[in-house]
Design a protein around this ligand. Structure first.
Ligand code: GRF
Length: 215
């Protein structure tokens, strides 16, 4: 059983998906701690309801990013954390922190990386006119929304989609792939090879080809 800490800043629907996955006895990870940099957010309530220890480490209380990250690091070590899941965590982690947890931090991002890093991903996907967007779970490296990709899910963009409908469709997929990715990592089936992730014993025969051209 792998001890996971989930870092959040807000609503925590991805946290909820991870909590639900961990409720299954056969899931190879358990959430040992939820940390939020914002007090009073819904995600903290979700964790408390599930009986998971929570901690608020408010970045506004620290003079520098490094000091904040050191505090995070200390709390993570204390809780016996082995893997970190960023789930709507809206702080950039400094290089020193990321290197301390190399290939131990997962992030979920609402686009098909490396497209549309950063914020306002759905607006930018619509603006760019792409036919598909989606979401990505990746290992975190010191660059923003960058690092070896573990799983992606694609979502078709329809002409009547707006940023909200698209975000909702993408979020549904996020809730599916984040637990899947965490399972693969916790089972020790992922191996980082340069910028790629090799997944052991994966059944790629189940992958489907989707035709983006409407009939
Ligand atoms: C998600 O879209 C996630 O991909 C992004 O922030 C959003 C957080 O949503 N990083 P929630 O807090 O998990 O509901």
């Amino acid at each position: 059983m792998v001890n996971v800490a989930v870092l959040i800043s807000g609503g925590g629907t991805n946290l909820q998906a991870l909590i639900d996955a961990c409720a299954d006895k056969s899931f190879p990870a358990r959430i040992a701690l939820v940390i939020s940099n914002n007090p009073g957010v819904k995600g903290l309530e979700r964790a408390e309801k599930a009986g998971i220890p929570t901690k608020v480490i408010n970045h506004r209380d620290y003079k520098s990013r490094e000091e904040f990250d050191d505090k995070l690091h200390e709390a993570l070590l204390e809780s016996g954390t082995e893997l970190i899941c960023l789930a709507g965590f809206m702080r950039i982690l400094d290089t020193r922190f990321v290197n301390r947890w190399k290939n131990k931090i997962l992030n979920i991002h609402p686009s098909l990386l490396p497209s549309f890093k950063g914020l306002h991903t759905q607006e930018r996907a619509l603006e760019a006119g792409v036919r598909f967007t989606g979401c990505t779970v990746h290992f975190v490296n010191p660059e923003l929304d960058d690092g070896p990709i573990i799983i992606q899910a694609a979502v078709a963009i329809n002409p009547d989609d707006d940023a909200d409908t698209l975000a909702a469709k993408v979020l549904t997929q996020e809730h599916i792939i984040y637990p899947q990715a965490l399972r693969l990592v916790a089972e020790g089936r992922t191996q980082v090879d340069g910028s790629r992730v090799i997944i052991r014993d994966a059944n790629y025969a189940t992958q489907k080809i989707i035709n983006p051209i409407p009939e």
